[in-house]
Write a protein that binds this ligand. Structure first.
Ligand code: SF4
Length: 283
């Protein structure tokens, strides 16, 4: 019986398809259709063909089941969340240092030898850089868990490149209404896209759904997100994140101006909503 291709081999096979996206980019659900080989700034993410990373190190602040993880953060993002905690790096695809797959793969190998349990690829939003991600995945040690941490706003084209490659997806479900997504992240048609992508991820990978509790957004965002998870993925693990920090341009939004005022009562209410929907909370 022929063996199915390993993760390195799968990634290698997909490099040409990922590179083709650069001349007519549909990697995320914005579907800009721009030629990124001609330079940067044409698409909504402002990314050209070269990738940068703003961090590559072993981290211990993620989900307990994956830490310590060697986390590789690509610069640039297709969404524009005004409260992003890595706003400068996420809005600037050439922030940080030039990406070199061999160097990062070697660092990952050393981190695993030194005790890291997993390798996490994140951003910004790593979907923007799938050509570089495939190049990197062709070289990473494949006998550890690979984690894809994403805003879940990828396109079907991105999913075709990613399917079967990552063991665990950590997917953000940030907003419970299209209005909030548009106002806070300049992203249209958010709900349908994210729900479809999360369901698709759950069909081929282990899944943790993350939701950050935002001041003033319990009723419009967390409640509908919790309800949807309970209705569609009742067994999904959910990492409900507290400790909202008014970073980047959060001061533009009235509800974030005095964000620490109700932080404890908001958190208690958020937990009650999770309990009412019998969600499987994880840390
Ligand atoms: S990754 Fe998304 S935002 Fe960036 S150019 Fe491609 S389709 Fe546009």
């Amino acid at each position: 019986m022929p063996q199915p291709p390993g993760k390195n081999q799968l990634a290698t096979q997909r490099i040409p398809d990922a590179l083709r996206q650069l001349s007519d980019c549909h990697l995320c659900a914005h579907h800009c259709g721009v030629n990124r080989l001609a330079g940067s700034k044409a698409g909504r993410c402002h990314a050209g063909s070269e990738s940068h990373i703003f961090s590559a190190q072993t981290e211990v602040s993620d989900e307990l089941e994956v830490i310590p993880t060697f986390a590789i953060a690509f610069s640039g993002c297709d969404m524009r969340c005004g409260f992003c905690i890595t706003g400068k790096e996420s809005w600037t695809p050439n922030a940080g240092v030039s990406f070199n797959s061999k160097t990062i793969a070697e660092q990952a190998r050393k981190a695993i030898q030194n005790g890291a349990r997993s390798i996490m690829i994140l951003g910004g939003e790593p979907t923007v850089h799938l050509h570089s991600v495939m190049e990197l995945c062709a070289l990473l040690p494949e006998d550890v868990q690979w984690i894809w941490k994403t805003n879940a706003h990828g396109s079907p084209e991105a999913h075709a490149l990613l399917e079967g490659l990552f063991d665990l997806w950590i997917a953000d479900f940030k907003f419970g209404s299209d209005e909030c997504a548009l106002r806070l992240s300049n992203t249209e048609h958010y709900l349908g896209i994210i729900q479809s992508n999360i369901l698709q991820a759950a069909s081929h990978a282990d899944l943790i759904i993350r939701h950050l509790v935002m001041p003033g957004h319990l009723d419009c965002c967390w409640k509908p997100v919790a309800r949807w998870i309970a209705d569609h993925l009742p067994n999904a693990r959910v990492n409900l994140r507290g400790g909202f920090w008014p970073a980047w341009q959060a001061g533009k939004y009235p509800e974030f101006k005095n964000s620490s005022d109700n932080i404890q009562s908001d958190w208690n209410k958020a937990l009650s909503i999770a309990e009412a929907h019998k969600l499987k909370l994880t840390l």
